[in-house]
Design a protein around this ligand. Sequence first.
Ligand SMILES: *Cc1c(COP(=O)(O)O)cnc(C)c1O
Length: 425
Amino acid sequence: MTAATGSKLSDPHLSERDPDLFRLIQEENKREHETMRLIASENYASRAVMEAAGSCLANKYSEGYAKKRYYEGQAVIDAVEELAIARVKELFNAEHVNVQPYSGSPANLAVYLAFCQPGDTIMGLGLPAGGHLTHGHTVSITGKYFKSVPYGVRREDHRIDMDEVRKLAKEHKPKLLWCGTTAYPRTIDFAAFREIATEVGAILAADIAHISGLVCAGVHPSPIGIADVVTSTTHKTFRGPRGGMIMCKKEHASAIDKAVFPGLQGGPHNAATAGIAVAAKEALTPEFKVYAKNVVENAKALAEALMARGFAVTTGGTDNHLLLIDLTNKSVAGKPAAQALDKAGIVANYNSVPFDPRKPFDPSGLRIGTPAVTSRGMGTAEMVKLAEWVDRVVQKHGDEATLTAVANEVRELCNHFPAPGLIVG
Ligand SMILES: *Cc1c(COP(=O)(O)O)cnc(C)c1O
């Protein structure tokens, strides 16, 4: 009989273990360095956030909450999660915080699970008007398992129509009323939503996935203390790892925690939790407040510069980190424009504009956001330059030479603004 002998697994670095994948990551690193990231939901997490999010904490199972776990060995994990919660509480002035949702969509699902039964009526901003899938869109589970009544924006000015929200809420008596957007360039009036929710007895949920970085820095009003529950991603303007979080009033703490675990998820992603703790520490600094202010200033400057060049910016500008361009008056639709811009090193996404006569997969608009370029330290001068490039590309979208020339200029500019978290060289 031979005794089993332990054999140690080999453990080389990724470059050696899997050169193919290593090369792909290097390629993405290069792309993220050389291009202007203008996807409004994207950002660059800091090196410190990425180190935490890629750490050994990912190895640990920790179903449950601090001091109430289902497995042993939680001394460190409990401390990590408690640190993340304490910092997020301080940052947003929140009564209760849950940092376990795997991302923004599961955070929203937890809200449904906490407050609704299948078949209940819910209301949210419709997707074509700038809302999110998880606010009751028909293709989403939230539109299939609940009776969804979407509200929209006004035809005249493309602002959320609070009169319509009130009328629909009174008529349909929703259990849950969502406010929060994914492609809407203006401030959300949380107090007005609160009034309506109270009038009809609805739970008010504010989804600040896009704007949480702006909210905690005070450059967008906060729904904390107004909405019953607030959800967010952690990787958009918040500049953390991919993840989600929920903030709520104390009275809803137990319902929310139970909905996240065991209602919806198993073990939390502890490395992501650590990344959230680091991002929250960063967001507590004066430096981050300046960052958030610059994000909005850059978006405003870009909107102004584009309008000066004859672009139709919906609502006539922006209050936040993004703008929507309606290309109807140009010779190109949203999708081919986005594709031409991508070739020119300017990465944005095609997007429906309110009352878009075109189909969602081939819409009239472009959505452009400034969180990522602002993380690189770009300012209003660069936004003016960017508007000029966008103009050139839209005018000559079929001309490869123009696209290549712009891509070269973009790369040159990007070389002066190294992004946080990337390995340069
Ligand atoms: C991005 C976003 C989400 C979803 O976040 P994921 O992390 O992609 O699941 C939810 N709500 C709004 C308003 C968003 O913009």
